[in-house]
Structures are given as C-alpha cells and as structure tokens.
Design a protein around this ligand. Sequence first.
Ligand code: PLP
Length: 389
Amino acid sequence: MHVERAVSRRGFVGGLASGLGVLGFVPGNALWARTVNSDPARAPLQQLDYDALAKLANNENPWGPPPSAMERMSWAFKYANRYGYPDGDIAREIAKHHGVETDHILLGAGSGEILKVVGVTYLAGGKKVVGVEPSYEAVYRHASGIDAEAIKLPLLEDYRQDIPAMIRATVQSHREVGFVYLCSPNNPTGLVVTKREVQQLLDGIPEDVPVLIDEAYHHYVQDAGYATSLPYVLEGRKVIIARTFSKIYGMAGMRLGYAVAPPAMIEEMRPHSTGTINALVKWGAAAALHDTQAEERARRETIQLRTKATADLRALGFSVIPSETNFFMVHIRRPVQPVIAEFRSRGVLVGRPFPPMLEHLRVSIGTPAEMDRFMVAFRQIFVSASAGG
Ligand code: PLP
C-alpha cells in the first residue's frame, strides 16, 4: 500500500540530496550512524543511528507526506532560491477549506509558532494563561519565556479537562487572564473536550477573554461528542483555532501550521509572526489539503494500529487511556523515566515524562514494524522481567 509513497519519497529525497551535494554536505544517515555510544539509553540522539530507531516519541505521522504532496514539493524546489514566488495560494486554499476569507488565516512555521504568537500577543503586560496540566507544554514554556504566568489546573480523575475549574479560575482572575488554552484532543492524554463542554466554557467565561483551541489532532477523532470549534470563529467569538500540517498530513519537518480567528485578532497577532514559511511546504500543503484519500488512509491505518496496540497492552493487564489521536498513554504502574531509557536502549524512542502523570508512558503510533518493535520491547521490559523475578 505504501510502495507508491516510498517511490515518491525517494524521488524527493534524491532531489534534496543532490541539491545538498552541490554544497558539499554529506546527507544525514552516514553522520547519524558514525558513532554509537556504549550506553544507548543515554547517548545523545545525534550519536545514534536515527533512521534505525523506532520513533514513537513525538506524535508524528510515520508515513510522511502523501505522494501528491511529495511530487508538488519536488517541483517547487525551483523556487528555493527566491523570496517572491507563486506560493500555491496556500492561505486561500486553507481559507476555502474552512469556508472563511483569507483575513481569518494566519500562517506559522508549524502551529508551534502560532501558539507562541498567541502568547506574545495576549500575555503582554504580565497576563496569565489558564489551562490544564499536563497539556501541550510549549504554551506554558513560551509564557514563562516572556515572564508571564500560567494558571495550571489538574485533570479530573478520569484524565479529562476540568471545565468548571477553568471557568472558575478565569472568572476569578478575569482582568489578569490573557487567554485560556484548550487542547482538544489533549496531548498527552489523547482525550477530547466535547462540543458541549466547549460551549459550557465559552458560556461561562467573560466574552472578552480570548480562547486558544488547539486542534492539532482533530483529524483522528472519532468520538461523536467532539466537534471542531471553528463555528465560534465565524460567530465572531474571541476564539483562535490552531491547526497543523504536522500530524495527519505528515509534514512535521516541513513546518506549516495556521490560526483561524476573527480578522481583528489575526491583525493583532500578525506583527508577532515571522511570516517565514518555506516555499516547498506551501505547495505540498496545498496538494495535501486536496488529497482526501491520503488523509483517510493515514487516519484509518493509524486507528487500526492504535486499536491493536492498546488491545495487546490491555491483554497483558495494563490499562490504557482511550485515545482519539495518533498516540496513547499506558499506565505502567512504575516510574516512567527509567522505562523510557530501557526502551531507548532497545532502539525504541517513546514519549518523555509528563508530570504529574509519572507512571504513564506516552506512545505515538508508528509503522506496523515500529509497533511490533514496541510490543517486543514492552514484553521484555514488563512481562519477561516480572516472570523471571
Ligand atoms: N499542538 C499540539 C497539541 C501538539 O502536540 C504539537 C506537536 O506535537 C503542536 C501543537 C505543534 O506542532 P507543529 O508546530 O509541528 O505544528
């Protein structure tokens, strides 16, 4: 099924390698592979053979961009030396995709840039961000980077986000709150905030408080209780939706994300964005947006692999948080940090610790071969060890 894809990718990488060859650069693998540290659990990533690792740590799409996007990006290399060039009309393509005008769209080098721009724009003057913990940490990191504070609320017992507590915190600190951060589905738990809960939040907080809704994993959700919050933007609510091409579209390394928000908010944020999106991804993303078959295939295969992995873990007696994303969390009932190192020494990269959930391991969905390697390592670490002991 992925043969066609692999061929396209070789064409693309071939083009990249020959381009870099002109500059006298030795392409990646040889360098990664050069030194392998004697203790692979501790070796810096640069010293390991990156390509040979099972990469289940960063919630990426293991298959990469669809062939249609690969082809378009290879073609767009001809603009690599330009500043002004036709850009595939990517902002208009995104706007059309969501049924809005381009004045509702702000592009970023990944949605990570959008999250940062929201922070810089709305936390100025010592304002605070309200959100839960654990959630996508970069938002809080950016806040502390600009000397703003975060009001981080604990998750509920079932790991869902505590909407009434978010409302209370926002109302109590109204004048100090720069924005509310809602990640749905949430990273690292994989759980959604339902459309009813989003409504409850927006009804419960003052209308002038901006709400950043991070829908990075939107495309994987099957839960009928979930819906995108885009309609609130159209209503003119102070809502910013963050989306990315890094997940279902498989372009994390290419860096493109965007915000959809009311035009006045886009204008407030625009001066804080760099506007430096590379030429290739603009064309590739436009192609990917139209490739609904590729999107469906990535979703279907991811969900099949997630269902299998979580069933296997449950069969071994471990509980898994039911995820709506391309990753899941398993309760390993012991401190996660040394376990991460054990996986790494077996060539499997898994998620970092997510305080305070320090007995949970986050695992991203990889290729079938990577998932097999994960399960083999999991059995070695948990089952064989306890059987032997
Ligand atoms: N938001 C969430 C919830 C994420 O998990 C990530 C990345 O893992 C991002 C945003 C940033 O992604 P990117 O900058 O690649 O668009």
